[in-house]
Design a protein around this ligand. Sequence first.
Ligand SMILES: N[C@@H](CCC(=O)N[C@@H](CS)C(=O)NCC(=O)O)C(=O)O
Length: 215
Amino acid sequence: MSLTFYFHPLSSYCQKVLIALYENDTPFDGQIVDLMSETGRADYLKLWPIGKMPLLRDEARNRLIPETSIIIEYLQRFYGGPTVFVPDDVEQALHVRLRDRFFDLYVSNPMQKIVTDKLRPAGQNDPAGVVDAKSQIETAYKLIDKEMATKVWACGEAFTLADCAAAPPLFYADKVLPFRDRYQHLAAYFERLQQRPSYARTLREAEPYMKMFPG
Ligand SMILES: N[C@@H](CCC(=O)N[C@@H](CS)C(=O)NCC(=O)O)C(=O)O
């Protein structure tokens, strides 16, 4: 097997890439990484000193690829299938990349801030940072809700990189700042994401680990 995917099933960014792998039935060996264990973290840091998951190793091309958006573009270029994550058209591609950045930076990262704050030892919390993160997500919800009033997927009719980026953080963001009763179009979009077989499978595989999710 040429591709090895280092990941954890519960991790939002890892799920983003799993969705892309499942969309095109791309064969890979999965290696679960436990960053909570001392040895798991030490081994992973040898691979990628930045220490962020996931990573893709491609034996055939002798490449180690970090960063989810780059991994998904890599998969499309070298292991492509029917789902095209970033369209060839330059303007459309820029739009998809913008929406991908939007979900990573303004939903995923603030969601992580809120969740990881719950894991910090007593006395090391950052209440002001959590308030800022919630405010950022709320603004993002409003913008997504407006966008999704007229769209099926994040960038229109086709499922893209932006939808891979959207589904996992929306799932966790809804747990820390619920949106389903407040934003009708966002809620309907998230429902469609959950019905998508690639994300449904990702969620199913995360289920046994869900008890590790704080609060
Ligand atoms: N920009 C990175 C973000 C990856 C990221 O934040 N991963 C989280 C898991 S969802 C992580 O590795 N957190 C562990 C840590 O920060 O120690 C990407 O897109 O790959």
